[in-house]
Design a protein around this ligand. Sequence first.
Ligand code: CO
Length: 434
Amino acid sequence: MAGESPMANEEFNDGLLDFLARSPTPFHATANLAALLAAAGFAALDEIADWALQPGGRYYVVRNGASIIAFAMGTDPLHRNGIRMLGAHTDSPCLMVRPNPERNRRGYFQLGVEVYGGVLLNPWFDRDLSLAGRVVVRAADGSLAARLVDLRRPVAVIPSLAIHLDRDVNRQRSINAETDIQPLLGQIAGEGQGDLRALLAAEIGGGEVLDYELCLYDTQAPALVGLGGEFIAAARLDNLLSCYAGVQALIGAAGGQTRLVVCSDHEEVGSGSASGAQGPFLESVLTRLIPDAAARTRVLAASLLLSADNAHGIHPNFPAKHDDNHGPLLNRGPVLKVNHGQRYATNSLTAARVRDWARAAGVPLQSFVARNDMGCGSTIGPLTATRLGVPTLDLGVPTFAMHSIRELAGTADAASLFTLARCCFEHQGPLAVR
Ligand code: CO
């Protein structure tokens, strides 16, 4: 099992880095997770169709191309043993292309962008950016179809302003998200404008591009960095790392328990959408699994949801940002996140269950609670717990530079999260602590 030796970590991280590189948008992440599941024998379900679920069957279902729920039907009695669940999110803060993006300023072809989520804007300057996302095309026969597109090559850049033109930049820099970050894609002769739709149509081999959702992303490949390769540097570690660990654990888990992974879009903008964690996606799948409302209530009361999302490691240059006793270190294990204001859903019953698994599996655990004089993030954990009433816990790997275009995690921690997810999925007997 990954997490038990450096070699296993290496193998796990190779797969993770490859997944991150091929998943520049939630649409690509979802397609890649679906492909992993399909290759492992999970059958695709269509929300529009009738479902004939079989005991022992393994399935996945995608909503809006960017959220996915995968589950394995167990043979254990559900009302007694519940469902072992892990939740994560597929989206990451980024810059998205506007509907009418083309502009020509001084002969430079630029695309207007919209800030998606809590982007750390500074690191987006001077990167070799590409474009990827979902495009809807009209074919010659009049049919409409969604297509994934990923230009892969660097096509855009947001140049910094030279220090000579902004002498105070290192002492005080504020970034205007409307005027300062519009990327350059080239130069145009004369009065014309570039044509993004034509560029996209050429990229996907024809058809009329009716609409799109496109993200800019950094073309620099994920990498292991540090003298001993201690760190994973990549975009979208928040939260594709958890999606990958959860799905791999689901694929690898054995035993008679019913298990489920939900990876939702729109977490970075509050999860309020048809496919987000505040929406009905998970509840609707559970309703189809267990149609009777009273039976479903019993099952959920006996279930557990691990809400997996990254945590803030204590930064050696900024140690005052953490309480001394709650400063998670990279490569020292996943972090149990506590906030009694319910920004995190962890309580002593759910935390104790995970601590017990971690001890048995030899996985180190750390704890995080925010300083009282600082804000606290949140996750899909409290939202899902509030909506479904399922016992929930928030945990995740410690990282630096969350929401930067390049984040940093520890090479030992992702595999540890995978190991804990697998402990959850393979737990024998009832989960509930009373
Ligand atoms: Co996150």
